[in-house]
Design a protein around this ligand. Structure first.
Ligand code: CAA
Length: 258
């Protein structure tokens, strides 16, 4: 199995579990961690034995942001030439479902990483924030765009301009997270959700993710047509035949995930 320095990769049945593991820096997202995380989940994305992925951190911090110390002395030209943070976008191109399990701090790039997942399950101790303004910068991993789509202009402006943190209760009320559970249960809850997803037809789950994401890119009429065409396409899968036969025969479906 692969040797990683900044993450721990496990397989729990059909679920891939990736745990960020830089406890000395509250999982600050440096380039090495980014490369390992993207490599690991990219491999899972095309692994027929993986049906969903969970990304989590520690009890104290999902991730306290991009690594400030790594970039603090960089010049404009170094940031531009490296296209700093570009590779994080690869996480938004994954086709299998991804759940973020957030305990503790999800700040800056940590909040932005969580928002790249398909949904977020938060522990009741979670703190979300985009505090880059306190460093004389702004979000750089998509936060201004994804947070605004998730919680609307009022709360996004409030958080990005003041740098204040949002607790788990406010995050759920605002639509940033799908569920809040006791902090000690957040990984189990995310693994259970991912297991449920991984037990469904994989082609159906993959296109379900694709069509929901299309809602952020397409107009309503175009999006509804896209959804209908993709719905039609599932009638080419074995899993559709099995799923509908199982319903008629009053039994549980046995999906082949293809
Ligand atoms: N980058 C680098 N190191 C970090 C870090 C970060 N984002 N966050 C925490 N650390 C390090 C600290 O420097 C400290 O290391 P040392 O022990 O070597 O000093 C260690 O992690 C523990 O952190 P603290 O001692 O600060 O822990 P705390 O409990 O007192 O405070 C905290 C926790 C409030 C989260 C505080 O660590 C903090 O404010 N961190 C920075 C949050 C932040 O500004 N994030 C945005 C980063 S910029 C960004 O993300 C850009 C983007 O859009 C992608």
């Amino acid at each position: 199995t692969e040797q990683y320095q900044n993450i721990v990769v496990e397989h729990r049945g059909r679920v891939g579990l990736v745990t960020l593991n830089r406890p000395e820096a509250l999982n600050a997202l440096n380039t090495a961690l980014m490369n390992e995380l993207v490599d690991a989940v990219t491999a899972m994305d095309t692994d027929p034995d993986v049906g969903a992925v969970v990304i989590t951190g520690s009890a104290k911090a999902f991730a306290a942001g991009a690594d400030i110390k790594e970039m603090s002395s960089n010049s404009y030209m170094e940031m531009y030439a490296a296209d700093w943070f570009r590779r994080w976008e690869d996480l938004t191109r994954l086709r299998i479902p991804v759940v973020a399990a957030v305990s503790g701090f999800a700040l800056g790039g940590g909040c932005e990483l969580a928002m790249m997942a398909d949904f977020i399950i938060a522990g009741d101790n979670a703190k979300f924030g985009q505090p880059e303004i306190n460093l004389g910068v702004i979000p750089g991993m998509g936060g201004s765009q994804r947070l605004t789509r998730a919680v609307g202009k009022a709360k996004a402006m409030d958080m990005v301009l003041t740098g204040r943190f949002m607790d788990a209760e406010e995050a759920e009320r605002s639509g940033l997270v799908s569920r809040v559970v006791p902090a000690a249960e957040v990984i189990d809850e995310a693994l259970k959700a991912a297991e449920v997803i991984a037990s469904k037809s994989k082609p159906a789950a993959m296109v379900a993710k694709e069509v929901v994401n299309a809602a952020f890119e397409m107009g309503l009429a175009q999006g509804v047509v896209f959804e209908r065409r993709v719905f039609h396409s599932l009638f080419a899968t074995e899993d559709q035949k099995e799923g509908m036969a199982a319903f008629s025969e009053k039994r549980q479906p046995e999906f082949k995930h293809r």
